[in-house]
Design a binder for this molecule. Structure first.
Ligand code: NOJ
Length: 759
């Protein structure tokens, strides 16, 4: 037998020693804080800074790559001067990178591997905005659970999700990545996602660390333009933007990511008030904050730092713990400490936060824990797809259904499926698709063909392409505005079919990071195509594939049935067919307002009254003279094939105080012919406050399943906590006074009652 090479023996010895050292640390010391301190005590300044450095490992770039070449990165890994990597995918690749640290570095502190697992890893679920439309928290937790397992199967132990930026602007490309315009809904969805990713025990091999992002105000970019300036008053910041982050911190989210934007002159990355005073002190949160990609050196562009060194100083003092691919900390943080400009204690605190998460993940016990090939072998991707189909169906929102076009009757003899997205297998995968394969979704044509009976003919016509089909994360879509060569065939087909299903909307990469749009109407020739088809066939079901609210006023007036199908992921076409044919009765509700015209944006239901809310006689009140001021389809809106009738709203009392809760009770009856699910929503309005208050705010909801003819009485308990807001005293408290209670199936059509809160 050949003797093993010396280098292999050395490697093995250092590996065994490394593990012995690490397990010695982890098994002999009970308490994580003690473990963290004992590791920190042994570290040099350079090693400490290393823990705050994150390198990109592949080419899924979302910003300029660092200047370091890969050889130098490898050397720095070997020296233990890197704490984390992102975009290193596969068990083999993460194992290899981890080995560089474990085999060569002095302290052998394992890397943590991050990735944007936003709506699934391989099995793709609806984009978050779409999934939120299900209002089904258990479903959302489950999809996160599945995404976590599929991530671990590829060596990932940290996702940069959930994005819990409240956003009221359909122009903002990243609206697809969050939960829409409401702080409460965003909070509960964020918590469900965190539970799904992290489970009850971060050290479980099948759970991963989550990230609450982007802290904060990123969804409030002026004019909906990504990365743009944010001007956000303190009252709005506390009442509308921070609540989901507070909920995430309380739910034990392992990490936060800060944001690219400035707020009122201070970039979030350099914002001490947000990161230190609020998150780390007031909320007493112990995890670490990663910067967004290069957001530390971007403070030079913001014009608040003259160079990387000053940017590092500002960022670390403000509480940004880890530098994502910015190259700022690694080039200047040690120097800043040595020169006495940055306090070592500040660096120590950041390092402790990073180590704490690594200990909790169990990486000191086994640095290769999340690089275990057995995980993948045990996954049934087929089962994951089944779940993806159910969740996708739950996410669909029915906006209009005249002439009872839906569900499609078995007696329909011919269906024309028309439009650029009708047979598109890529758009439904959406942006932020992790390792969801291009062109891997079930298309609408495919879904319908599988679902129909043998007596129904299904034919497809493209009509017109949406754009040049070069689909790259790096390139904007080139919209087709001229090629009508497919119109004739599509019109002919529509003319000769009993029913038309038009599938229009957005390409996968029309929404997402850097994909803000000044127009949100149906892009390219889609509107024209729809109008031409309408001239020859009135029986049209419009299915929208979209990552943001679209401007669909014409369709809303002229097309009898409209379905919002978002970008539903892998099982899109099957889920859409489930709804179109009534196998699943739609139960989704909009998490964001659909405007009449883009000029209404930002548009949201929980707005303030203003001093001039309405006036029938005069123009000098808050409105537009050319379009109604309210939403075309409001927040919380969505129809069912069942018909829900709400009885009157009754309260258990009309007076409340800090010791006494009130119960709001309402009966809902299914007056339709099929069973269905209604999302019953509770809103409150604080009529007079020390600061102005929204006209209503969502405070709770319940999913209610009802058989035909069945009635159920629903009770919401209104607690003093629900009445609290960030008052003129700059604290969260309840103020005495009168409140309106509203309950209903959307934010516009509501039953109401009143009560008084007394101190
Ligand atoms: C930039 C995005 O803003 C952030 O959400 C993402 O997690 C990072 N890039 C990493 O890809």
């Amino acid at each position: 037998m050949k003797k093993p090479a010396l280098s292999i023996i050395i490697l093995l010895i250092s590996f065994i020693t490394a593990n012995a050292q690490n397990s010695a640390i982890s098994s002999s010391i009970e308490n994580v804080e003690f473990k963290v301190d004992s590791v920190l005590a042994k570290m040099t300044l350079e090693e400490k800074v290393g823990q705050l450095v994150q390198y990109n490992g592949s080419w899924d770039l979302t910003g300029p790559a660092s200047e370091l070449g890969s050889k130098q990165k490898e050397n720095n890994l070997k020296k233990g001067l890197v704490g984390s990597m992102l975009n290193v995918l596969s068990v083999e690749a993460t194992r290899e990178a981890q080995k560089l640290i474990m085999d060569n570095s002095r302290m052998k502190i394992p890397l943590i591997f991050g990735y944007d697992v936003i709506h699934g890893y391989k099995t793709i679920f609806p984009v978050p905005l779409g999934e939120t439309a299900s209002w089904d928290l258990e479903a959302m937790e489950l999809s996160a659970r599945i995404a976590a397992i599929e991530s671990v199967a590829e060596g990932i132990n940290w996702t940069f999700s959930p994005m819990i930026d409240v956003s009221r602007d359909a122009r903002w490309g990243r609206i697809m990545e969050g939960s829409g315009e409401d702080p409460y809904l965003t909070s509960v969805v964020g918590v469900a996602k965190i539970k799904g990713y992290q489970g009850d025990d971060l050290s479980d091999q099948l759970t991963i660390a989550a990230t609450a992002k982007h802290f904060a105000g990123y969804g409030f970019a002026e004019a909906g333009r990504d990365y743009n300036t944010v001007n956000l008053g303190e009252n709005e910041l506390h009442n509308s933007v921070l609540p989901p982050f507070k909920a995430a911190a309380e739910a034990g989210v392992a990490t936060f990511m800060n944001s690219f934007n400035e707020i009122d002159g201070i970039p979030s990355t350099g914002n001490k008030y947000l990161q230190r005073d609020i998150l780390k002190e007031d909320w007493d949160w112990k995890g670490f904050i990663v910067s967004d990609w290069g957001s530390i050196p971007e403070m030079i562009n913001h014009g608040i730092a003259k160079d990387k060194k000053q940017a590092s100083q500002i960022a670390i003092n403000a509480g940004s713990d880890m530098d994502m691919e910015g190259g700022a900390y690694e080039s200047s943080l040690a120097e800043l400490v040595n020169e006495g400009i940055v306090d070592l204690a500040v660096v120590d605190d950041a390092v402790k936060r990073v180590l704490r998460v690594k200990f909790k993940l169990g990486l000191f016990d086994d640095p290769y824990k999340y690089a275990d090939p057995a995980v993948k072998k045990n996954i049934s991707y087929e089962d994951h797809r089944k779940t993806a189909r159910t969740i996708a169906a739950k996410s669909i929102v029915l906006l209009k259904n005249e002439k009872d076009l839906l569900p499609i009757k078995a007696s329909v003899k011919s269906i024309a499926v028309i439009g650029p997205l009708a047979n598109d297998k890529d758009a439904p995968i959406g942006n932020w698709r992790a390792q969801g394969e291009a062109n891997s979704a079930v298309s609408v044509v495919e879904g319908i063909k599988i679902a129909v009976g043998k007596d129904t003919k299904v034919k497809y016509a493209l009509g017109a392409t949406l754009g040049i089909s070069e689909r790259s994360f790096l390139l904007p879509l080139e919209i087709n505005k001229t090629d009508r060569s497919g119109f004739k065939e599509a019109i002919e087909l529509a003319k000769n079919s009993e029913l038309v299903v038009m599938v229009l909307g957005e390409d996968a990469f029309q929404a997402g990071e850097g994909r803000s749009q000044a127009k949100i109407s149906l892009a390219g020739l889609q509107q024209e195509l729809l109008e031409e088809i309408k001239k020859v066939n009135n029986n049209i079901v419009l299915v929208l594939i979209n990552g943001r609210p679209l401007e669909i006023s014409w369709a809303s007036e002229n097309i009898p049935a409209i379905v919002v199908a978002w970008q539903l992921g892998t099982e899109s076409g099957n889920a859409i067919a489930d709804v179109l044919f009534g196998k699943y009765n739609p139960s989704g509700k909009l998490p964001v307002s659909f405007p009449r015209l883009v000029g209404q944006e930002p548009l949201y239901y929980n707005q303030k009254n203003t001093g001039r809310p309405s006036n029938d006689q005069h123009v000098t009140y808050s409105h537009y003279t050319d379009v109604k001021k309210d939403a075309l389809y409001p927040f919380g809106y969505g129809l069912s094939y069942a018909q829900f009738e709400y009885g009157s709203l009754s309260l258990s009392g009309t007076e409340m105080n800090s010791e006494k809760e009130i119960e709001a009770t309402i009966t809902i009856t299914n007056a339709g012919k099929v069973k269905g699910r209604e999302v019953v929503q509770l809103y409150l309005q604080d009529i007079v406050g020390s600061t102005t208050r929204p006209v209503k705010e969502l405070k709770g909801f319940q999913l209610v399943d009802l058989a035909p003819g069945e009635a159920k009485t629903i009770t919401f308990t209104i607690t003093p906590k629900m009445l609290e807001f960030y008052t003129a005293n700059k604290i969260w408290e309840v103020e005495a006074g009168d409140f309106n209670v509203f309950v209903g199936g959307n934010s516009r059509d509501l039953k109401s009652a009143e009560f008084t809160f007394k101190n």
